[in-house]
Ligand binder design. Structure first.
Ligand code: HEC
Length: 311
């Protein structure tokens, strides 16, 4: 009989691989969750599964099914002196089709006020399939005295809706927003960031880049997409060693605020056959991401070094 401590040590020793295995599984799962939207998009772009490629194809005018109607409701809780309305009462979209809609918010007083929006989706069984790429929910939002701002919501309905036996009878989805008076007004972010007249904000652009671009692009090396440090002022399709689509490789223009804006609005529309499977529908998002890319150039003296990114 070995002494009991030795047996316990041996047991602990045996458990180490199990624990390490579990840690690895949890790590993989957390990574999958963190990247699931980009992964989903990549997967769809590669395979055409679930409508993403169809969406792109449809920009050329092909007729594709199935559709769902999304209706918008807005409420303002007592205590918040705002007018808050959807700019369209409903839109009909194809499953997988990205759509940009607007809600207008107006401060009816001569004081700055801060609101906080919550939303819900009904029927509840459709909730998991309603994907928002960009919205103003769950943040403290400030409106200046008498200010009125159109707030964007960029969404798509996941094509898996049509495959869920519980939910495939859903033809209408209702998205309801309620704005409350904020309890933490000091945290308010200016809603004026969505105005076309707002100055470009590279700091917001950096955060948006992390959310919307970094799954494919790094600043200092080629990944799924070419490296983007120093892209501003660089000739299109010119990073050595990156396998560009023929159209982009031969494009010949230089990346500027204007060309980047056109590219981000619809890569395959600007350059037929372009292989970047995402676009950015909302103009202030494009503006600030471009401001961030331009700031990188200034910070690096156009050497392509991501100095600004490390700040
Ligand atoms: C799902 C992956 C993916 C995402 C997300 C993505 N891109 Fe791309 N991007 C690509 C690919 C792939 C290419 C190469 C396209 C080609 O060769 O036609 C590319 C090319 C580019 C280029 C051309 C660069 C050059 O060297 O000519 C720019 C600029 C660019 N992307 C900017 C962005 C920005 C900004 C974002 C975030 C809003 C973004 N991309 C998000 C995959 C992606």
């Amino acid at each position: 009989m070995p002494p009991p401590q030795a047996a316990a040590r041996r047991r602990r020793g045996k458990n180490v691989p199990v624990v390490l295995g579990l840690v690895a599984v949890i790590g993989v799962m957390a990574t999958l969750v963190a990247y699931s939207v980009p992964l989903y998009r990549l997967f769809c772009a590669a395979t055409g599964f679930g409508g993403t490629t169809e969406r792109v194809a449809n920009d050329g005018g092909a007729v594709l099914g199935p559709t769902v109607t999304v209706r918008f409701n807005t409420y303002v809780a007592p205590g918040l002196p705002w007018r808050f309305k959807p700019e369209q009462s409903a839109v009909t979209v194809r499953l997988g089709e990205e759509k940009l809609v607007y809600f207008s918010a107006e401060n009816l007083t001569d004081q700055p006020t801060v609101g906080h929006a919550t939303f819900n989706v009904t029927p509840y069984k459709a909730g998991p399939y309603f994907d928002k790429i960009e919205c103003f929910c769950f943040r403290e939002e400030r409106l200046g005295p008498g200010q009125k701002v159109d707030m964007p919501v960029d969404f798509f309905v996941n094509p898996d809706l049509a495959k869920d036996p519980n939910a495939r009878d859903v033809h209408t989805i209702i998205l309801s927003y309620t704005f409350f008076r904020s309890r933490e007004p000091q945290k308010g972010e200016d809603l004026s960031r969505f105005l076309a007249s707002a100055p470009p904000d590279p700091r917001r652009g950096k955060a948006l880049f992390a959310e919307r671009c970094a799954s494919c692009h790094a600043l200092d090396k080629n990944r799924i997409g070419p490296m983007l440090g120093g892209v501003f002022g660089r000739r299109a399709g010119s990073v050595p060693g990156y396998p560009y689509s023929p159209g982009l490789k031969a494009a010949g223009f230089v990346w500027s605020a204007k060309t980047l804006d056109r590219w981000l609005s619809g890569p395959d529309r600007m350059i037929p056959g372009a292989r970047m499977p995402v676009r950015v529908l909302e103009p202030s998002t494009r503006r600030d991401i471009i401001a961030y890319l331009a700031a990188l150039r200034r910070a690096a003296g156009n050497a392509g070094t991501p100095a600004a990114a490390r700040r």
